[in-house]
Design a protein around this ligand. Structure first.
Ligand code: GAP
Length: 514
């Protein structure tokens, strides 16, 4: 299936199976804002829990907080967001569409990247088993030419943005003859900066109301609480503070479903370290976070690191973990070495000391910070799009199956009486639901023929179907069917809990990080 078709299928499947709805759909929706439906809310919660367990529960030196969305407005002066949280935007004069200028250039480079991939595929086919990818990409003239072109473009873009030379960003777009992706027009306005924070007001009367921002990242709630947590938790460096929560950005380009939203959720962790150790911790967290992703079994070659050329104002090193979404490799998570920038800024703006007293060295210092930051919605999209597959079965028929990692699946098992009208079967099935629901999300499903029910649960992502039939009444056994293999086994009802647990237990999955 072409990538675009696959993405369309992801969006429609997410709606059809109760995962994601457009916000305020009955009023024609609100752009780049989405609601999580009955299954989506469960999947999202399970992803959040999987992250929280890996970060907080499994690290004795990391604790979690839940800071407010509203923060004192000076926070955002100190953090640099008021002055520097901008995107360079450009309008097309003919289509009146607005774009991020840097994204237009990056998309242009992604197209060159796709040409490299095509060359590699062609060569792999030509050379067969003797093909050495590394050697090919480092010696093939055409590939090297493409790589150099990408490098030159991105370096120039990075430099122009760093120097705030927006005229050069426009010149680059014109030189590369980049056209409006929707209409093909090359009639561009100048590039302008646009602040992404949403403003709001706190207070009853217009005169006394205070201008506030909806937080554009959760990280600042951690920085301003650094000393409170360190003192009350008697935390010793190195230690981390984690939190999950909503963030808001007035994104200019927001048309990739839940990939780029105006209201979204982040899962962030700030790791406070001794100055000078940032390189070591940067490598540690790169490695640890990649292992977390890979533990979900979504294909190791679907991830890659993208080291930043252009660093944010607060960072001395940064990388993205990119994932292969249906529309190509894109950022899923950021890992940033943020130096002591944020704590120093908050010290300066608040007038309060935010230092750590090191008892062993008998001296105080401002800690450096290593940050891991992942968008929960983006992770949701990665999991959901990767799991949605069309299988061709042995008999040539097709099935749509949502192969969600079992640990994340919203419903772990569906219990199905073989015949709806047989009271003994329906009672036994309901009793099994009542028993299993203490440990797992399970549902009862009696409508339609059993084959259709299997297909429905496959498409909804339910890892197990438990079928109660005539034999069940006689010997207290049921069949358990596995979503991915479609294998069916007859087992004792008493064994169900352990069978399901073995596959959905967080421990079973997180152990893969070892
Ligand atoms: N505290 C650092 C920070 O916020 P970021 O790279 O701007 O860094 C971190 O954001 C992560 O948040 C991204 O890797 C992405 O997964 C997610 N994210 C950012 N903007 C988003 C948006 N508009 N919609 C959905 N997720 C977003």
């Amino acid at each position: 299936m072409a990538n675009e078709d696959k993405f369309k299928k992801v969006i429609s499947h997410a709606k059809e199976y109760g995962y994601v709805f457009q916000s305020s759909e009955i009023y024609d929706g609100l752009s780049a804002v989405y609601d999580y439906a009955q299954n989506g809310a469960e999947l999202k919660k399970n992803i959040r829990d999987y992250w929280w367990k890996a970060m907080v529960q499994m690290h004795e030196n990391i604790v979690g907080i839940d800071a407010a969305i509203f923060m004192h407005p000076t926070t955002w002066k100190a953090s640099g967001h008021v002055d520097a949280f901008n995107d360079p935007l450009i309008d097309n004069k003919d289509s009146k569409k607005r774009y991020r200028a840097d994204v237009l250039v990056e998309d242009y480079c992604a197209k060159i990247e796709a040409k490299i991939e095509k060359e590699i595929k062609k060569a792999a086919k030509r050379f067969g088993d003797a093909f050495n990818k590394e050697e090919f990409v480092s010696t093939n003239g055409r590939v090297l030419g493409y790589k150099e072109k990408i490098d030159t473009i991105l370096k120039r873009l990075g430099k122009s943005l760093e120097n705030e030379d927006l005229a050069d960003v426009k010149a680059l777009i014109e030189e590369l003859e980049i056209a409006d992706p929707m209409t093909g027009s090359k009639n561009w306005t100048d590039v302008k900066q646009f602040n992404l924070m949403f403003g709001t007001k706190l207070g009853a009367s217009a005169e006394s109301a205070m201008d506030l921002y909806l937080r554009p990242e959760t990280a600042q709630g951690i920085f301003v609480n650094f000393l409170n947590v360190q003192k009350t938790g008697r935390m010793k460096i190195p230690f981390g503070i984690a939190q999950t929560g909503k963030a808001f950005r007035n994104e200019i380009v927001a048309r990739q479903f839940i990939f780029r939203m105006r209201e979204f959720e982040q899962m962030e962790m700030q790791f406070f370290i001794k100055p000078g150790t940032q390189k070591q911790w940067f490598d540690y967290w790169k490695d640890t976070r990649l292992k977390w992703h890979k533990s979900l079994g979504m294909g190791d070659d679907n991830y890659r690191f993208h080291d930043h050329e252009k660093l944010a104002h607060y960072a001395d090193a940064a990388t993205d973990i990119e994932f292969r979404f249906p529309f190509g490799f894109k950022e899923l998570e950021g890992i940033h070495s943020r130096t002591d920038f944020d704590l120093k800024q908050h010290e300066e703006y608040s007038g309060k000391k935010l230092q750590y007293f090191d008892h062993e060295e008998n001296s105080s210092y401002t800690p450096y910070v290593l940050e891991t930051s992942i968008g929960l919605d983006r992770m949701f999209l990665a999991v959901f799009s990767n799991s949605l597959q069309d299988d061709t079965l042995e008999d040539g028929s097709e099935r749509t199956v949502l192969k969600l990692p079992a640990v994340l699946a919203p419903t772990k098992a569906a219990v199905l009486p073989l015949v709806r009208k047989d009271e003994a079967l329906t009672k036994m099935a309901k009793d099994i639901v009542d028993d299993l629901k203490w440990d797992f999300n399970v549902i009862y499903d009696e409508k339609d023929a059993v084959g259709r029910r299997y297909r429905r649960q496959d498409a909804a992502g339910t890892p197990f179907c438990i079928t109660v039939d005539g034999e069940s009444i006689e010997n207290n056994t049921v069949t358990i069917r596995h979503r991915d293999t479609m294998e069916q086994k007859r087992v004792k009802v008493d064994e169900l809990r352990d069978i399901i647990k073995a596959e959905v237990d967080v421990k079973h999955w997180l152990m893969k990080m070892k």
